[in-house]
Design a protein around this ligand. Structure first.
Ligand code: SF4
Ligand code: SF4
Length: 421
């Protein structure tokens, strides 16, 4: 029989000692995007911890109200950064979602979640789905559907449709890319699911910059999804099998495994919490900015005004804030202007923008308003979900800005340097 802890069951229950570390000080509240928009205590980190602790102590059950407050959480982990008591909110939330998962998603979400989880974490299916989407757009059907508001009754699907502006041609990287210049080591590159299909240039530029920094780059063909989306949805078994498979897909002699998608890197760095046998692999995971900031890349001028949005799972999940900024500041001629509330979630949060489009939209509007204040024409950020979400928000507001991953600017600066010579 499984062990019980109040309303929670089994070994993946939220840690009661961790829940009790919260001293209810409220310091995290102003940093919480859902509290800022909704102003409800139970939609704040403190309120959610109160609910989780009450469930762990058997004072409340996992009711629909409980589920709703947890569903509305973005999992952005801004509360973790703010918390002076060091409460690890992210793992408490994930563990609670595993418990809620035992009852399945709320009926209204079942179909949509089934669709999302059968396509997004499967690179081949996602590629096929995007090819169909490309045809749909090219056929003019997309314009017709939008003009006639056919998707209006399916608000969540409509959110997905408006998110995708264009689907670039697929690109496959070689399995082995030799280092250039002074050899530094050997790294593996995670190509991701959304990243490989929607932002192939980011993977190409990442591989090229790593090689230029002196790394031999291994890009295993057999690599699948990292399981981050499943982790955030409480699908523990799926996360464990993806973690096991991904760790096995990369050679053991790599110095680092490099991710250029904040959500993937964050989940991979924390694999050992869910699957201790992956500790060696997880310990070698780095965000691309952490690696490149140690290198001496030849950079030519880019006369651009750029602002930087902190992806939640880079700033809060991985505590990587300075490395991307330092890299951008190294580009001659590039002016980096700080973005107010740069680490406030843009509303993307994995598939949150599809599951909770209304709240995601409010957060996106806040983000786009802050971007407009900077006067920057380029916004850099290290996560494909943020790139998609913010680009959509800027398009809809008519703001003339380009969204890029920092590696794209670095690659352009490398080209500028080559042209100078
Ligand atoms: S993870 Fe984000 S949305 Fe959830 S409680 Fe913490 S700050 Fe709020
Ligand atoms: S800052 Fe930390 S201790 Fe204070 S209320 Fe928030 S989670 Fe609890």
């Amino acid at each position: 029989m499984e062990s019980a802890q109040g309303a929670f069951l089994g070994p993946d229950a939220p840690d009661l000692d961790e829940l009790r570390k919260c001293v209810h000080c409220g310091i995290c509240l102003p940093q919480c995007p859902t509290y800022r928009v909704l102003g409800e205590e139970m939609d704040s980190p403190r309120g959610r911890i109160y609910l989780m602790r009450a469930a762990a102590e058997g004072r409340i059950g996992l009711t629909p109200t409980f589920q709703r407050h947890l569903d509305l959480c973005l999992g952005c982990r801004a509360c973790e950064t703010a918390c002076p008591s060091g409460v690890r909110f992210g793992s408490l939330l994930e563990a609670t979602r595993i418990q809620l998962r035992r009852h399945g998603p709320p009926p209204k979400r079942r179909l949509l979640e089934a669709l999302i989880f059968s396509v997004f974490p499967e690179p081949a299916r996602l590629g096929a789905a995007l090819a169909v989407f490309k045809l749909y757009r090219r056929s003019g059907l997309g314009r017709l559907v939008r003009a006639t508001h056919v998707l209006r009754p399916f608000r969540r699907l409509a959110a997905l449709e408006t998110l995708l502006d264009d689907v670039p041609a697929a690109e496959a990287l070689p399995e082995l890319i030799p280092s250039r210049g002074k050899p530094r080591g050997r790294v593996g590159l995670l190509t991701g699911c959304v990243q490989r299909h929607l932002y192939p240039a980011v993977n190409r530029d990442t591989a090229r910059l790593l090689a230029l920094a002196g790394y031999e780059v291994v890009v295993p063909r057999a690599q699948g999804c990292c399981g981050a989306l499943e982790l955030h949805a409480g699908r523990a078994d799926a996360l464990r099998s993806r973690a096991r498979a991904l760790a096995a897909a990369f050679p053991e002699d790599l110095d680092f495994v490099v991710a250029n998608a904040a959500g993937c890197g964050s989940a991979m760095k924390e694999y050992a919490h869910w699957l201790p046998e992956t500790a060696g692999f997880a310990g070698r995971v780095r965000d691309v900015a952490e690696i490149l900031v140690e290198a001496d890349l030849p950079l030519g001028p880019l006369p651009l005004t750029v602002t930087y949005h902190d992806a939640c799972h880079l700033a809060h999940g991985q505590r990587v804030r300075q490395a991307p900024r330092a890299l951008l500041r190294r580009i001659p001629g590039l002016k980096l202007v700080e973005l107010a509330d740069s680490d406030l979630c843009c509303g993307s949060a994995g598939v949150y923008n599809v599951l909770e489009p209304a709240l995601a939209r409010e957060l996106l509007e806040l983000k786009v308003a802050r971007i407009a204040e900077t006067g920057a024409r380029v916004v850099a950020t290290g996560n494909p979900g943020c790139l998609l979400q913010i680009a959509q928000g800027c398009r809809q507001r008519g703001l003339d800005v380009t969204l890029v991953h920092p590696v794209e600017l670095l690659a352009r600066a490398v080209d500028a340097h080559a042209h100078q010579g």
